[in-house]
Design a protein around this ligand. Sequence first.
Ligand code: CIR
Length: 256
Amino acid sequence: MSFPTALVRKPGPAFAQALSGHPQKHTIDCERACRQHQLYSEALKHAGAQVISLEPLENFPDSPFVEDTAVVLDHGALIASMKEESRRGEVASIIRELERYRKITSMKLPSTLDGGDVLMTDETVFVGISARTNRKGVEAVAAFSGKPTLAIPVLKGLHLKSSVSYLGRNLLVIDPSSVETAAFKTFEWIEVNEHERYAANCLGLGNFVLMPAGFPRVADQIRAHKFEVVELEMSEFEKADGGVTCLSLIIPQIPD
Ligand code: CIR
């Protein structure tokens, strides 16, 4: 069994100003977001992660979405070059944390990348070409990872992982209307329909899967694959265009 470290960052009052295209973005409730975030951190611990909880960054409303700031592998951490001006400053404090665990490599403009576009599987890295991540960003991930790396056009949604996530054991959860499925044909997958789209973003951690509450059909299908499912209220993060994976930066335990 592996015991990863998970970096998380609590939402503060500035979270109400997070970037979002969600129609209810103006109703973000920061106190409720804090409570949901607390339960999220507890779920990570329940799944065996050691949680490092960073304090809110008041100048950076989107900073709870730590996943976007870096790609962490066994041999090092690649710091993302985030396209959104308002998010670029988030990486400084993440670098200070990650330096304790990994050698740091930083991407530079004109390459752009959000970590939410990076889908790691056992053999292959899939990187979304999206509104945030460009081809040079994919090339930077390919050079860094040393693994086969494929660019995947994101047809709908913010990031690749808004539409597909990897649970482990060769199993994906995918919204086939948002992403070409051809590249994933060596995987087994669970399909979500258009009403279940938000459940395409799940976090697999060993035998556990953290997923948003309210999608019982998807949860049952994941359970049928012998994962233990933890369902989480995510309403305030959904209103900020964020999902379950976005709220943590997973630092895998290096195998002995
Ligand atoms: C943003 O627009 O950048 C944030 N409001 C949402 C980022 C979500 N992150 C993720 O999916 N990895």
